[in-house]
Ligand binder design. Structure first.
Ligand SMILES: Nc1ncnc2c1ncn2[C@@H]1O[C@H](COP(=O)(O)OP(=O)(O)OP(=O)(O)O)[C@@H](O)[C@H]1O
Ligand SMILES: [Mg+2]
Length: 359
């Protein structure tokens, strides 16, 4: 796997400013840790079964036809396994993958350079693809569709367009914001798939696998206890297992069981929904100052000292999915479950919320 540029650099910059307890996006020192536990094959890639089944069939068909895979677009909140899946696909196809991210493709020559460096069948992975600029997008269109580049040479009247053929390649795009992708770009992907939050039992498999790789002893109930507070996100599950393990080593004999997991997660101020301080202050603000909402996202961001993008990309997806927050045309609102969870008495009348967690 050749890394052209850092696939997460712009995000760490955004989140570093306030990192209350734990956030699902990658931060520099965790890179090696992430790479060593990243699944490399479908067998180790836990959950997302509908998506895996679709991709397996596509891979088999592509191999039979001896053609590269269709272009794929993955979207979903941070830490659910988009980058990992791209690596798995490359491995299963037996081809190389080049990884880059849209902010690194600022000038036309950046994207042209990468496209021209591709070998037949290779995968080009572009992270945060919704941030591609218009020029880069337009260079990509013919490259994706018919595998050529339109290049211009000369000046003013002598300008000539040159059609440069490219080897057949597969583009895999990943984004946390599918809605911000331009229509023409989205339409050029053969497969578009949303990654789902993981269930408690899937996360406990992720945790046990990671614990195995890191030589951490953990029992089934201990893994479940961590899974329950991991916000449906494998990246968070992996971070928590490491932090709980530090705690177990210092205070106990190193082995993680349910009690140790719960005690250390309490100390880390991660509650039974996996909410951290930022999530809780966001929800409490809506309850205490705005009577449960609705209230505009900008107001919330200013009041809790976070930026709108961090709230939208990092905090909200899980809170919405867990039924603790609702998005309305007039702003954000909490649910009756939020009142209960945060220990408030008054519960406004609201729709029944579905819970993410296994019963
Ligand atoms: N299905 C899975 N099975 C096991 N581990 C997983 C799975 N998906 C993700 N992980 C773990 O979670 C970590 C984060 O995954 P990954 O970097 O692929 O997320 P992402 O969706 O690309 O996030 P971002 O949007 O921040 O780029 C990986 O290091 C990997 O170890
Ligand atoms: Mg990624």
């Amino acid at each position: 796997m050749s890394i052209i540029s850092d696939d997460n650099d712009f995000k760490s910059a955004v989140r570093e400013k306030k990192n209350p307890v734990i956030k699902p996006e990658a931060i520099e020192p965790d890179k090696n840790f992430e790479n060593c536990i990243r699944p490399k094959t479908f067998d180790n890639y836990i959950g997302q079964s509908a998506l895996k089944d679709t991709i397996k069939i596509t891979i088999e068909a592509a191999k039979k036809r001896e053609q590269p895979l269709d272009h794929l677009l993955f979207y979903g909140p941070p830490g659910l396994g988009k980058t990992t899946l791209a690596g798995v696909i490359a491995q299963e196809m037996g081809v190389d993958i080049k990884i880059t991210s849209a902010p690194a493709l600022e000038r036309p020559r950046d994207i042209i350079g990468i496209l021209m460096s591709l070998q037949g069948g290779e995968i080009l992975f572009i992270d945060e693809i919704h941030r591609l600029n218009k020029v880069a997008e337009e260079i990509l269109y013919p490259a994706m569709e018919d595998f050529y580049l339109d290049m211009t040479t000369g000046k003013s009247q002598t300008v000539k367009t040159l059609r440069v053929p490219l080897p057949k390649f597969t583009l895999i795009g990943a984004t946390t914001k599918a809605g911000e992708l331009s229509g023409p770009l989205r339409d050029r992907f053969g497969i578009i798939h949303r990654l789902e939050f993981y269930t408690e039992s899937e996360l406990s498999q992720v945790i046990r696998r990671t614990a195995g790789i890191l030589n951490i002893e953990i029992d089934e109930k201990g893994a479940r206890a961590i899974a329950r507070r991991s916000r449906g996100t494998p990246r968070i599950a992996n971070r928590l297992v490491k932090r709980v393990s530090d705690f177990a080593i210092v205070k106990y004999n190193g082995k993680i069981n349910e009690d140790i997991a719960n005690e250390s997660l309490d100390i880390l101020k991660i509650d039974e929904y996996g909410l951290d301080r930022t999530d809780r202050s966001l929800l409490k603000l809506i309850i205490e100052k705005y009577d449960g909402g609705p209230v505009g996202i900008e107001t919330i961001a200013a009041a809790i000292g976070e930026d709108v993008r961090t709230i939208e990309d990092v905090c909200e997806p899980f809170l919405l999915q867990a039924g603790l927050l609702q998005r309305t045309p007039r702003g954000r609102k909490v649910s009756p479950e939020t009142y209960r969870h945060l220990g408030y008495k008054f519960a406004p009348v609201g729709a029944q919320q579905t819970s993410l967690f296994d019963k």
